[in-house]
Design a protein around this ligand. Structure first.
Ligand code: FAD
Length: 554
């Protein structure tokens, strides 16, 4: 009898599993149940249909039930919810959501890919007709219908994660006045505050109203919400709202079947994607996996992992032997021409884990400065102290962020050090990069600290020294006069870098000197000059005045 493989959930992880299972075993009997009306659609594309970047709705369907049957001989049953698993008899109970009938389906191998569920806060009027979430095609259709029928002029987006930010761009492109409210003190919670501040600043400059450290207290209005009150008391009139405050793993089927749930709250699986029952696999947003850097369990729900895990589970359920090595949490978001990306550990994650780390910042042009339209790429690396192993990277800029973050992700996957980054042989031609690519420069900046060629402090460390009250610090600002006119650290001594050799006697040789410039390069050069001319206690403020202002107002 052919092997019977049943899959629950028919989108990223489920459809990948089905297609791979078929490639592994042409004779298997494969059935995929999906409780929604569509299979294999592009969740990640939904904001771009709302924005108008994607013009045809059909493009969002990677596969249809018919096409999937023809190409892969997989039977997809939509509007069918799997309601329970009988592990002893190896069968699932399925409710047909159209006629309400429940039927049983036998399996040899079961693959769960039930995804995640958006978190909806229990606030009155959350069910109002102009308050939406965005997880699937039906949600998107409802939003589009409302936009077309009512032509709203304003929107409040609740939650500043990557989906919230993509929606900021989408609705701004449609001409709505956009407000975003986020409970934390930053948008993009997976990044560090100093790097996320680039996004906040960028959005404010473009007219988006950003409320940080401010959650939603009340939605006012009955059938339609007209005003939203934030915890701070701010009242924001709005024509519509979208809730995107995160998701939680959809584990109810697995939990009710007695499968092991991991410490993260998601379903435990081994590297073959097997659950605690070897006949049941689980993939995607409902599962936890191993973090490649920390080797600890992590729950990071992303399409990139779901599709790889689906492939592994599909192969193994059909008799193959594949493993999923783990996650780095590599992710990227674009919002109104600024792109932010991260991979591996952020500084706050490294700190929470008790890692012995240091951080290094660099700022380089996205491509050769002399070739038109270069823009700044800001990079933050988190590095293991002592051996220089790269632990994480964050990149923000207008161009070339995607390529750099992927190089860092590959470096993390391979366990490279920051000295290895200095030596990478990366492609260069003026429209694409510089002879020293921003990744190489980031590696050099971090390696200089590791080799103690320069002593460095972060703006955060300086602020902590000042807060502790006994700083005794002397600040040296080596930027130009025009830059200083736009803001500076109080009580600093201003000597532009090019004047430093002739004016260093103006500095106190006894007191510790913190040198800063815009982003850390000129101040690094200044520390090299001073330390070779007899100044004993000179430190470069890595990240410079930009990161200083991102960590607090001067
Ligand atoms: P899903 O793709 O969500 O599929 C789960 C399916 O299971 C659902 O269709 C659900 O209806 C079905 N289901 C649940 N329970 C049952 C049941 N009992 N019976 C039958 N069917 C059931 N990730 C990125 O990496 N990059 C991005 O840019 C990105 N952008 C995103 C934008 C949006 C708007 C959204 C919503 C998500 C985005 N993601 C992105 C996340 C990504 O879509 C998910 O990580 C990925 O889809 C997870 O795949 P999955 O198979 O685990 O779950």
């Amino acid at each position: 009898m052919p092997r019977k493989i049943v899959i629950v959930g028919g989108v990223a992880g489920g459809a990948s599993a089905a297609a791979k299972a078929r490639r592994q075993d042409e004779n298997a009997d494969i059935v995929m149940f999906e409780k929604g009306p569509y299979i294999s659609f592009a969740n990640c594309g939904l904001p771009y249909f709302i924005s108008g970047d994607i013009k045809e709705r059909e493009k969002l369907f990677v596969q249809t039930v018919d096409a999937f049957r023809k190409r892969f001989n997989v039977e997809s049953k939509v509007n069918c919810e799997v309601v329970s698993i009988d592990r002893a008899n190896k069968e699932v109970a399925v409710r047909d959501l159209i006629n309400g009938k429940v039927f049983k389906e036998r399996y040899d191998k079961l693959i769960l890919a039930t995804g995640a569920t958006p978190i909806v806060p229990p606030i009155p009027s959350i069910d109002a007709k102009n308050v939406f979430k965005l997880q699937n095609i039906s949600d998107m259709d409802e939003i589009m219908e409302y936009l077309n029928a009512r032509s709203p002029k304003s929107i409040l987006i609740i939650g500043g994660g990557s989906i919230g930010l993509e929606l900021v761009e989408a609705f701004a492109k449609r001409g709505l006045k956009v407000t975003i409210a986020e409970l934390l003190d930053q948008v993009m919670p997976s990044m560090d505050t100093d790097m996320a501040s680039f996004i906040t600043e960028h959005l404010r400059e473009r007219g988006v109203s950003v409320h940080l450290k401010d959650g939603v207290k009340a939605l006012r209005g009955e059938e339609f919400v007209q005003e939203i009150e934030l915890n701070s008391g701010a009242r924001i009139p709005t024509d519509m709202a979208i809730i995107s405050i995160g998701v939680r793993p959809n584990i109810y089927l697995a939990r009710d079947a007695g499968l092991h749930i991991g410490k993260t709250g998601a379903v435990w699986v081994n590297e073959r994607q097997e659950t605690s029952d070897p006949n049941i696999y689980a993939v995607g947003d409902m599962t936890e996996s191993t973090h490649i850097v920390t080797k600890k369990r992590a729950w990071i729900p992303l399409a990139t992992s779901a599709t790889k895990q689906g492939r592994v589970a599909g192969a193994n359920a059909a008799g193959g032997n594949k493993v999923f090595k783990g996650v780095l949490g590599t992710s990227i978001v674009r919002v109104m021409n600024i792109t932010a990306a991260r991979t591996g550990l952020s500084e706050k994650e490294a700190k929470a884990l008790g890692t012995d780390y240091y951080v290094s910042y660099s700022n380089s042009p996205s491509h050769a400065n002399y070739y038109p339209d270069a823009s700044a790429l800001f990079i933050k690396l988190v590095v293991e102290r002592g051996n220089g192993r790269l632990l994480g990277a964050q990149v923000v800029g207008e161009e070339g962020v995607d390529k750099r973050i992927d190089v860092f992700a590959s470096a993390l996957y391979s366990g490279l050090t920051v000295m290895d980054l200095e030596d990478l042989d990366l492609a260069y031609s003026p429209p694409y990069s510089s002879a020293r690519d921003p990744v190489v420069i980031a590696g050099m900046a971090a390696s200089n600290i590791l080799r103690e060629e320069t002593e460095s402090v972060t703006p955060n460390e300086v602020r902590e020294r000042i807060a502790s009250g006994n700083s005794g610090l002397q600040f040296l600002d080596v930027r130009t006069g025009e830059e200083v006119d736009e803001g500076y650290i109080s009580d600093m001594k201003h000597i532009p870098l090019d004047d430093l050799r002739g004016r260093m006697d103006e500095l106190d040789r006894i007191r510790e000197i913190i040198v800063y410039c815009k982003s850390g390069l000129r101040s690094y050069l200044a520390t090299r000059i001073l330390s070779q001319r007899g100044f004993r206690d000179v430190k470069n403020m890595s990240g410079g005045y930009i990161i200083w202002t991102h960590q607090g107002e001067e």
